[in-house]
Design a protein around this ligand. Structure first.
Ligand code: ADP
Ligand code: MG
Length: 354
């Protein structure tokens, strides 16, 4: 049973509140209308929120919410590897056609996304590889089996993983931009875009809301944070970083964000245990095992898709290799690493609070 999969994006809660915020220059306090909507996005086994802080009309707010729903639902279907949807040629369809030699016509949007995934493979030195489906499937099945029957939880065998590794070549994903087609040349290879898809969808929603004139917005799409503008006082947003050390304080740190994206990859949410050891869902392409360097890595940079891909990649390399990897990028990137003893390291531009 694939427990976390559902094909629908459903609205579960609408929060409307009046919030009093004091302006920081000592003027008398102002009242802002705060609107938030929480949506449950079950494919990612996680919740998403769209919050507008500041004056916003009902009409505008409702149009942002409906845009978010239709756009996220579109990408959800497009990136799904488990389900078909009528009228949608999605990643699952591409996977199903692997090796049959027939190019598949896809939306220009899916084509651009897959081209970007290939670019990110190169930029991350192959650490974030969307063609790792064959290996990720094995880990996914092990996790599902463990969830269904914890007593029988078992690790995949090394032989099985090694055999699958032979089918993870990025070049087996063949994209023909002019023809608008995609296919996978290796019948045993498959796409899994879990490391980038949410961030990419978040960035497209950010762009759309900007076009619609939205401001003072914080999106949290299953942990992918994307802000539009600053808060209504013109101050940076304050964010809490989840503490991977569950026996300690809820938050490991607090820091400020301007208009940017912020994504965390961590080992503390999706995992299964074998003989008292936890095995999580981010797989080091070199060892084919869950990466063991950190308990979380957070990336702050302008583009949410890049932040998503990079948080996965940096999770799969040591601190020094990560610092070297950042040199592949020209844009400003800030990183917070939390190691397995819960020590925090960061690049110099992270604006910690306190
Ligand atoms: P989350 O999905 O928890 O936000 P990530 O963005 O790091 O975390 O993505 C993890 C997902 O990406 C996994 O569930 C799996 O589907 C896929 N994945 C895991 N390891 C890799 C990897 N090295 N390269 C590409 N995809 C990966
Ligand atoms: Mg990621």
């Amino acid at each position: 049973m694939k427990r976390f999969i559902s094909s629908i994006l459903c609205a579960v809660l609408i929060i409307t509140a009046l919030l009093s915020l004091s302006s920081c220059n000592g003027e008398k306090s102002k009242t802002y209308k705060t609107r938030g909507k929480t949506i449950s996005y079950v494919y990612f086994n996680t919740e998403s929120t769209l919050t507008v802080l500041g004056e916003v009309s009902d009409e505008d707010f409702n149009s942002y919410v409906s845009e978010a729903e239709s756009l996220l639902s579109y990408y959800h279907k497009l990136f799904d590897i488990y389900y078909d949807y009528s009228g949608v040629t999605n990643i699952r369809k591409i996977n199903q056609g692997a090796g049959n030699g027939t190019p598949i016509r896809v939306d220009a949007e899916l084509l651009s996304f897959l081209e970007y995934c290939k670019e990110l493979f190169t930029l991350t030195d192959g650490k974030t590889n969307v063609m790792m489906g064959a290996v990720l499937k094995i880990w996914h099945n092990a996790r599902e089996n463990a969830a269904d029957n914890p007593e029988a939880a078992a690790l995949p065998s090394e032989e099985e993983l090694k055999a699958a590794e032979a089918h993870t070549l990025i070049d087996s994903l063949v994209i023909d931009r002019e023809a608008g087609t995609v296919y996978i040349s290796d019948p045993s290879a498959s796409l899994d875009v879990g490391a980038i898809g949410k961030g990419y969808a978040t960035e497209r929603l950010y762009e759309r809301l900007c076009e619609m004139g939205a401001n003072h917005v914080a999106l949290n799409i299953g942990g992918n944070i994307r802000t539009i503008g600053l808060d209504p006082n013109g101050e940076k947003w304050q964010t809490n970083l989840t503490n991977p050390d569950k026996s300690s304080a809820e938050f490991a740190a607090k820091f400020k964000l301007g208009q940017t994206a912020c994504v965390t990859s961590g080992n503390y949410e999706r995992y299964f245990a074998v003989d008292g050891v936890n095995y999580h869902h981010i797989i080091d392409p070199d060892t084919l095992m869950p990466a063991r360097y950190f308990s979380s890595v957070t990336v702050i940079t302008e583009d949410s898709a890049l932040a998503d891909a990079l948080s996965t990649a940096l999770f799969c390399v040591s601190y020094s290799e990560g610092i070297a990897l950042l040199k592949n990028f020209s844009q400003p990137i800030e990183v917070i690493w939390i190691d397995n003893d819960f020590n925090i390291a960061s690049t110099s531009g992270v604006e910690f609070v306190e």
